[in-house]
Design a protein around this ligand. Structure first.
Ligand SMILES: *Cc1c(COP(=O)(O)O)cnc(C)c1O
Length: 441
């Protein structure tokens, strides 16, 4: 393991933190803070690791698809496409971003538990590669639109395999209580597959699942493979028809803090592939086409956020609050679900951590914290702090609480930093406000 949770971070000859060859103090000076910083080669390395693992296990019978909700910008999606990775979208906005980035529509998968009619229409018109249908209403709407427009839709169904792996432990029951997809145990999944098969315009390709996020073990995936193939076999026995595609979703864990021990992508792929081969030869079932959908694992550890430290408030006997110029408006993950993060000072990233601090944002909420009780070196106002592994679900979850403009994002490579998202301005914040005449100043 390297010195930092993000293994591609380095200390440069000046002793400063550097990303993709760019000195973080220079980045903060040039682009301002808060600033999202992405390491281009780290993103590409993640793409290559997943692609290689899938190719080794399945050859041309497998594909990596990036769950763009983790970080959705034109530049990032363009990198994914260059690396031979497909793209998942969940909304008209993500679809528009992918198309604007030049991602071919036939490499897109349209997910989501509620696609509006307008969104289904947009997906059909664009010619997305797969619709992942969540429920019967959506199936009705999609097949209706196919009939109306004469278009065809290639469809997977979102299935709840009854495995919940949202934590370190996983459980095999209880997942029927989820807003996503159709259930297995009450026959809902089998019913919708039968119903869909003969509908005009609908080509049923297979099934999809996504069992959780930040998973560190192979066992929940292996169990999922077993359950999903069981459904495919059950469908074959009931109808004589064969589903060709198995999409196992994402959820591969990453290292936010030192204790996290993510497995290399190859370990997940090898375990799943072995189970698929075993099942298929035992039941004489044809090998399905296998897709996986990493989101977080592709981008999280390739990103950091730079902040300028404001006040440092020590409450004797209680704790020390270190205020930074960001907060829940640009990283809501600690406020939402207590996500762990590590942080260092950009000017002295290896300095001894002498006392625990709580990193607080600038929003008007006591819960607006980035991290609590994190051991840090002495921190002073004006220091540049780097919070690590913020590449996923930060920018994509950002908002404008307290009318804070969202940060810029730069992409660093070989000492060069390029802006891939411009910093929001006050003008941007105001440009959609309308003021009726009688209220005008
Ligand atoms: C969120 C999501 C993913 C990606 O999850 P990560 O934990 O970021 O890998 C993949 N597929 C679907 C359907 C999802 O909803």
């Amino acid at each position: 393991m390297g010195d930092f949770v993000c293994e591609t971070l380095e200390v440069n000859p000046a002793g400063h933190l550097s990303v993709g060859g760019c000195d973080c103090l220079d980045l903060a000076r040039e682009f301002g803070t808060p600033l999202y910083v992405m390491d281009e080669m780290a993103v590409r390395a993640n793409c290559r690791a997943f692609r290689q693992a899938v190719e080794t296990c399945y050859g041309a019978g497998g594909k990596v698809i990036y769950a763009s909700k983790a970080l959705c910008t034109k530049a990032i999606l363009s990198i994914m496409h260059q690396e031979g990775i497909g793209v998942d979208v969940v909304s008209g906005g993500e679809l528009a971003t992918a198309l604007a980035a030049g991602v071919p529509a036939d490499t897109l998968m349209y997910h989501g538990n509620f696609k509006t009619l307008a969104e289904i229409r947009q997906g059909l018109a664009a010619g997305v590669g797969r619709f992942v249908v969540d429920n019967r209403l959506e199936l009705d709407q999609l097949s209706g639109l196919c009939e109306e427009t004469g278009r065809k839709a290639d469809v997977l169904f979102r299935v709840k395999p009854g495995i919940d792996a949202h934590t370190h432990d996983y459980v095999l029951t209880g997942q029927i209580d989820s807003k996503f997809g159709v259930a297995l145990e009450n026959g809902e999944a089998l019913d919708i597959l039968r119903d869909a098969w003969d509908r005009p315009g609908i080509r049923v390709r297979g099934i999809h699942c996504h069992i959780g996020s930040q998973i560190f073990e192979v066992e929940p995936f292996v169990q999922t493979v077993r359950v999903m193939l069981g459904l495919m076999d059950e469908f074959r026995q009931a109808t004589g028809k064969v589903l060709e595609e198995l999409n196992l979703g994402g959820g591969f864990g990453i290292r936010y803090v030192d204790e996290h021990r993510p497995l290399p992508p190859a370990r997940f792929m090898e375990a799943c592939a072995a189970e698929i081969r075993r099942f298929c030869s035992e039941r004489d079932f044809p090998m399905p086409f296998v897709a996986i959908e990493p989101g977080r694992a592709m981008v999280a550890a390739a990103g950091i956020t730079l902040y300028t430290v404001g006040s440092v408030k020590t409450i004797p006997g209680i704790r020390t609050y270190v205020a930074v110029d960001g907060g829940m408006f640009e990283n809501p993950r600690y406020a939402l679900y207590g996500s762990p993060y590590d942080a260092v000072l950009a000017a002295a990233p290896l300095a001894e951590r002498v006392r625990p601090v709580t990193i607080a944002g600038k929003c008007c909420e006591s819960g607006d914290l980035i991290q609590e009780h994190l051991p840090m070196p002495g921190v002073r106002p004006g220091d540049i702090m780097a919070v690590m592994a913020t590449g996923a679900y930060n920018y994509s979850m950002a908002g404008n609480y307290n009318r804070n403009p969202r940060p810029a994002m730069v992409l660093c490579r070989e000492g060069r930093a390029r802006v891939i998202v411009r910093r929001e301005t006050y003008e941007n914040l105001l440009e959609r406000d309308e003021i009726p005449d009688d209220l005008a100043p």
